[in-house]
Design a protein around this ligand. Structure first.
Ligand SMILES: NC(=O)c1ccc[n+]([C@@H]2O[C@H](COP(=O)([O-])OP(=O)(O)OC[C@H]3O[C@@H](n4cnc5c(N)ncnc54)[C@H](O)[C@@H]3O)[C@@H](O)[C@H]2O)c1
Length: 349
C-alpha cells in the first residue's frame, strides 16, 4: 500500500475516517511526554481511542537503543501483529524512532506519522528516513521505510513553544535556499516568533515531497536537502559529546551560515547573496556557543559523514539563492576556516 497523505486544516478528521475504514487489528500510539499532554487529547477525540500510549521522555536522548528497546518491548507486550498500526504522534524524535521501531518489529508493521512540530511537518516526517543515534553519532542506524499515512495538520502548531517553532523555520529557510527563490523572497516577511503563514509552510513541505519523489534513495538530487547539515551535524555531534542542548534547527541554521559562507568563498555564490543570507539568518537565530564549534571534534565527525566518498568531504553548496549544488569537495582546512569565521558573521566582520 502506498502512503496516503492528509494535509492542511481538517487533515486529522480525514485521517480518522481512514483509520476506521482500515479496520486495524490494534492501534498503538507513540508519544513523548509533551505530545502526550498537548497532542494526544486531540487525536483521542477524533479516533475515539481510550488505550494507554507508549510514552518516551522528551528529547534526542530517546532516539537511542534504550528508547528503541522500550518501544519494541511495548509492542511485544501489547501483542501487536502485522495487521495492527503504530501511530507516531510527535516531533522528529518520535517520527524517526517510531518509524524505525515499526519498520523493524516483526520485519515491519504498518505505521503512521502525525508530525506535531514544525520541523517534523516540513522535514523529518517526510521522505521515509527513520533512525536512531548510536555511539554518539546522529542517525547512524536506520532504515528507509514508508509510512502508510502521513497527517500534517496545522492545529498541532498552536501548542508548539516559540523556540521549537523557530527551530523548524530553519528547514523552511533551507528548502527555499536550495530550490525556491520565490519562497526565500516571501520569507523576508518572517520575523522571529510564529508569524509564518500556513501557505509558506505548505510550500516548504511540498519542496521536500517533490525532491524525495524524484530521488527517493538519495542517489542524486535528494542530497540537496543536506544543505547546512554537514557542519550542522558536526555541531550537533559536538553537543551530544559535551552534553549541551542544541535544537536541530539551530544547528542547521549555523550549518547553513557556514556552508553559505563557503559557497561564497569557494564557489559561485555572489557577495550580495551571501550578505542577504547572513543578514536574514543572524536576525532570526542567536549565535551558538563557541564551545559547539570545536573544530577537532567537529572534523572527526565530518570525516565519518555518510555523504563523503573516497575520503573527501562532500557538501552541498549554493550557486545562487534558490539553487543548491551537490557533491562539492571541501577540505578539512576549509571546514575549520568556516567554524573559525562563524562568530564574525554576527559581529559583521
Ligand atoms: N528523518 C528525517 O529525514 C529527519 C529530517 C530532519 C530532522 N530529523 C530529526 O528530527 C529530530 C528533531 O525533530 P524536532 O525538532 O521535532 O524534535 P522533537 O521531536 O524533540 O520535538 C521538539 C520539542 O517539541 C515538543 N513538541 C512537539 N510537538 C509539540 C506540540 N504540538 N506542542 C507542544 N510541544 C510539542 C517535543 O515534545 C519536544 O520537546 C532530530 O532527531 C533530527 O535528527 C529527521
Amino acid at each position: 500500500m502506498g502512503q496516503v497523505t492528509f494535509t492542511g486544516p481538517g487533515a486529522l478528521r480525514d485521517f480518522a475516517e481512514w483509520v476506521t475504514s482500515n479496520s486495524f487489528s490494534r492501534v498503538e500510539i507513540l508519544v513523548d511526554q509533551h505530545t502526550a499532554e498537548f497532542c494526544l487529547p486531540r487525536l483521542r477525540k477524533v479516533i475515539d481511542w481510550a488505550g494507554d500510549p507508549i510514552v518516551l521522555p522528551v528529547g534526542e536522548e530517546s532516539k537511542s537503543i534504550d528508547g528503541l528497546h522500550h518501544v519494541w518491548m511495548n509492542l511485544l507486550d501489547r501483542k501487536i501483529d502485522r495487521h495492527g498500526v503504530l501511530i507516531n504522534l510527535g516531533g522528529g524524535v518520535i517520527t524517526d524512532l517510531g518509524g524505525f521501531a515499526a519498520s523493524t518489529f516483526k520485519r515491519g508493521i504498518p505505521f503512521v506519522h502525525i508530525p506535531t512540530s514544525l520541523l517534523a511537518q516540513v522535514d523529518a516526517a517526510i521522505g521515509h528516513k527513520t533512525g536512531i543515534d548510536v555511539g554518539g553519532v546522529k542517525n547512524s542506524v536506520g532504515t528507509f521505510a514508508e509510512p502508510d499515512a502521513l497527517v500534517v495538520d496545522p492545529v498541532f502548531l498552536e501548542t508548539l513553544p516559540d523556540d521549537e517553532y523557530r527551530s523548524g523555520m530553519a528547514e523552511v529557510f533551507k528548502h527555499s535556499l536550495i530550490a525556491d527563490r520565490n519562497l526565500w523572497d516571501l520569507l523576508d516577511g518572517y520575523r522571529a516568533g510564529r508569524s509564518c503563514p500556513p501557505g509558506w509552510i505548505q510550500q516548504a513541505a511540498e519542496i521536500k515531497l517533490h525532491i524525495v519523489d524524484q530521488d527517493p534513495r538519495e542517489q542524486n538530487r535528494r542530497k540537496l536537502l543536506n544543505f547546512g547539515h554537514s557542519l550542522g551535524h558536526a555541531v550537533e555531534s559536538v553537543a551530544l559529546t559535551k552534553g549541551i542542548l542544541v535544537r536541530h534547527g539551530e544547528a542547521v541554521a549555523a550549518g547553513m551560515l557556514m556552508e553559505a559562507w563557503l559557497s561564497n568563498q569557494l564557489g559561485n555564490l555572489a557577495q550580495s547573496e551571501w550578505d542577504a543570507i547572513r543578514e536574514r539568518l543572524t536576525r532570526v537565530y542567536e549565535p551558538l556557543s563557541t564551545k559547539l564549534l570545536d573544530p577537532d571534534t567537529g572534523i572527526a565527525f565530518l570525516r565519518n559523514d555518510k555523504k563523503n566518498r573516497n575520503g573527501s568531504i562532500l557538501m552541498v553548496l549554493l550557486d545562487q539563492i534558490g539553487k543548491g549544488v551537490i557533491d562539492r569537495n571541501v577540505t578539512e582546512e576549509q571546514c575549520r576556516a568556516a567554524m573559525h569565521a562563524y562568530p564574525g558573521f554576527y559581529s559583521g566582520e
